[in-house]
Design a binder for this molecule. Structure first.
Ligand SMILES: *[C@@H]1O[C@H](CO)[C@@H](O)[C@H](O)[C@H]1NC(C)=O
Ligand SMILES: *[C@@H]1O[C@H](CO)[C@@H](O)[C@H](O)[C@H]1NC(C)=O
Ligand SMILES: *[C@@H]1O[C@H](CO)[C@@H](O)[C@H](O)[C@H]1NC(C)=O
Length: 337
């Protein structure tokens, strides 16, 4: 009895309790460590299987963002050749429209207004399922308006900065100011004046009022020339499909010559996609942002050394870039890419 009573003193009870506590903590710790070492892989796999069953097709990569689709939309004539795009840009979706072949798989309701009929038809027909990044370009690899020392579209497109496009929504694929910047047209001053066959200033105001009924006609319009640009799906969708249908209807209706109606749209795309009427970033900034060429020496805002000079004729000689303007042998000015 005496011994029993001694064992049951408050001190022994406390010690017993502390011992029990220690054992409990050790047991718990062991279980935790065991789980930590052997558990997670198994648990995560099982979690995923459960998610799979609940949500249908679902892989672990579903957590990484979906790869964005990039597409080219090309306004081609039968005499032109866009096969180089497939050879060099296999991952891009190709939408090569044959404007002068009504039987072609991709064609236009009417061959009118140059490339603009193609660009609008693509947007209208694909409005519900647009690619994420869309480059609107001309077919031939070598053409005078490509912003490259050899007028070569390959390095131009290889350098094109898709992330910058995704940030901006609309990007003109040309930086040199020669033709188009800083002021191609003065729609108010030039209204009704037809100073040259290819100049659209005289007809721009009237067209603008149909194309953009919600906007005031700008005093000056400027963007670097030639209607090769890119837009994101999000930017295109900022306008309802009816807007693009109205632009195309205007093109189908107009009695203006193609050189003029095409040019009016050439100098409207940047406005359609939300830029100011004068959209002329300095060449230095533009080459860096658009093509990742950031260490160029630039003359002034309008151009940088070794990049682009207006050619003497708009048709490149046969054999270019290895045959020059006067039939002489020529080397490329720059590497292919
Ligand atoms: C188009 O150009 C490629 C080279 O890029 C050439 O192999 C092919 O024969 C050309 N096609 C036509 C129809 O000229
Ligand atoms: C095109 O012409 C039709 C018929 O004259 C006219 O009703 C329509 O408003 C015109 N559309 C545009 C965009 O000019
Ligand atoms: C082209 O480059 C090669 C190799 O550098 C050179 O031998 C040749 O003279 C150059 N041709 C012309 C026309 O500049």
């Amino acid at each position: 009895m005496v011994s029993m009573r001694r064992r049951c003193t408050p001190r022994t009870i406390l010690i017993a309790f502390l011992l029990w506590l220690l054992l409990a903590v050790l047991f718990h710790l062991k279980a935790e460590l065991w789980d930590y070492i052997d558990g997670p892989g198994y648990l995560v796999e099982e979690d995923l299987e459960i998610t799979d069953l609940a949500n249908g097709p679902h892989t672990p990569t579903a957590h990484t963002p979906k790869k964005r689709r990039t597409a080219v939309v090309v306004a081609s004539q039968q005499t032109e050749n866009a096969t180089w795009l497939s050879a060099y840009f296999p991952d891009w979706e190709k939408n090569i429209y044959a404007v002068d072949n009504p039987a072609a798989e991709l064609t236009v309701p009417k061959n009118k207004g140059r490339e603009s009929m193609v660009y609008l038809t693509f947007i209208i027909d694909n409005y519900e399922d647009l690619p994420d990044n869309i480059l609107f370009i001309h077919p031939n690899r070598y053409q005078w308006h490509n912003d490259d020392p050899d007028y070569d579209g390959l390095p131009m497109l290889r350098h094109f900065q898709i992330p910058y496009l995704e940030k901006e929504g609309y990007v003109n694929i040309r930086c040199a100011w020669s033709l188009g910047c800083p002021a191609e047209m003065k729609p108010l001053d030039e209204q009704g004046i037809h100073r040259a066959q290819v100049h659209a200033g005289g007809d721009y105001k009237q067209a603008f009022e149909v194309l953009f009924p919600e906007k005031e006609v700008p005093e000056i319009v400027g963007v670097s020339c030639c209607a090769q640009f890119a837009a994101t799906k999000e930017k295109v969708l900022e306008r309802p499909r009816q807007d693009y249908e109205r632009y195309r209807e205007w093109l189908l209706n107009t009695t203006l010559d193609d050189s003029i109606s095409g040019r009016i749209l050439e100098y409207s795309w940047h406005i359609i996609f939300g830029k100011e009427a004068v959209h002329c970033p300095s060449a230095r900034e533009c080459y860096c942002n658009v093509f990742g060429l950031c260490d160029l020496q630039c003359t002034d805002k309008s151009g940088c050394y070794g990049r682009y000079s207006l050619p003497p004729y708009s048709t490149l000689p046969y054999g270019w870039p290895f045959v020059g303007w006067h039939g002489e042998a020529r080397n490329r000015s720059a590497l292919e890419a």
